[in-house]
Ligand binder design. Structure first.
Ligand code: ATP
Length: 306
């Protein structure tokens, strides 16, 4: 009987393989489709950034047009200032960051940089004006030097090291077996979340963009690493228009403006002190995170493992 079933098993496997292949192809075409939708307008001019003011003007967007995620979001970040976006999970915070990069086109409203609609300028010029420090950067399977140098074509070794120093990762790199020539990524040395983030910061420093998007890591880094990274981020945000997608409120206390997003709508806005006094959603989130911080502070010290 088993001899009878073996060919059927085989047939099942062949069927599953072909079906998976078709699903993969469909996914690939979907990807090509979405990319094709984001095209430069005919004869699109390049973006001219003078001061780097960012403005969202009644932005409506859904990944699927049937399900709108952002319902008329408006805010402005004056040149050189910092705006923090906070709110519950799924509120649409990272979506705002993706839209500024024009990974997707919006269904209503406008997104402007220095008064120019980002949908009307070349994507190349838009993306070269914005630096992003993502939550979890995927490193190229190449050397750590290459991964930093990617921020600016033609950067010299001195410039790469300068950026690494400013991102507090130079000493770590010098301690690697082959220094800047050490291979990292999937097929090389695996870096920790904090180290990868510092490589991303160094790359961004090299790029030196007028507009910066920081997508804060959801995964907790140890508190010393986090403080170090926050210090570096604060210094690179100082001269640039910065949008911070924040998961921990301790990082937004100094922001020039905080917007609180809930289910794709801005429900509160203001500075930290104003929002705490307003006693709304932000104040509740702040109180909850403060309790968590206290609990962590009171937790008994764990003996280090030797
Ligand atoms: P978190 O704090 O958990 O990172 P968030 O506020 O950044 O959440 P977004 O990632 O912007 O939230 O997601 C907003 C909504 O859009 C969610 O309902 C999510 O399921 C949906 N969404 C996000 N990315 C996609 C995508 N690529 N395709 C379809 N829906 C998506």
């Amino acid at each position: 009987l088993s001899q009878l079933f073996r060919p059927l098993d085989l047939l099942g496997m062949v069927y599953r393989t072909i079906r998976q292949g078709l699903i993969d192809m469909e996914a690939m075409y979907k990807l090509i489709d979405t990319q094709a939708e984001i095209a430069d307008a005919q004869g699109a001019p390049v973006l001219h950034v003078e001061t780097g003011e960012v403005r969202f003007d009644h932005v409506h967007f859904g990944y699927d047009p049937e399900r709108e995620i952002l319902h008329g979001v408006s805010f402005a970040v004056p040149a050189g200032k910092t705006l923090a976006i906070v709110g519950p999970s799924g509120a649409g915070k990272s979506t705002i960051a993706r839209l500024l990069f024009r990974f997707y086109d919006i269904q209503g409203g406008r997104i402007l940089i220095d008064g120019q609609d980002i949908a009307q300028v070349t994507q190349g010029s838009l993306r070269s004006a914005i630096g992003i420090v993502p939550q979890d950067m995927v490193l190229f399977n190449d050397t750590v030097g290459y991964n930093i140098g990617y921020g600016r074509a033609g950067a010299t070794q001195e410039e790469i090291e300068e950026a690494a120093k400013a991102a507090s990762i130079h000493d770590f790199i010098m301690g690697l077996p082959q220094g800047y020539a050490t291979r990292v990524g999937e097929r090389g040395l695996k870096l920790s979340g904090g180290e990868k983030q510092r490589v991303a910061i160094a790359r961004t420093l090299l790029k030196d963009p007028p507009v910066l998007v920081l997508d804060e890591a959801t995964s907790a880094l140890d508190s010393r690493t986090e403080t170090e990274i926050q210090d570096v981020l604060r210094s690179i945000a100082r001269k640039r228009t910065t949008l911070i997608v924040a998961h921990r409120l301790s990082t937004v206390v100094d922001a020039d403006e905080i917007i609180v997003l809930e289910q794709g709508r801005i429900v509160e806005r203001g500075r930290h002190g104003d929002l705490v006094r307003a006693d709304g959603l932000y104040a509740t989130m702040w109180a909850r995170q403060a309790t968590e911080r206290d609990e962590m502070a009171q937790a008994p010290e764990v003996e280090p493992k030797i």
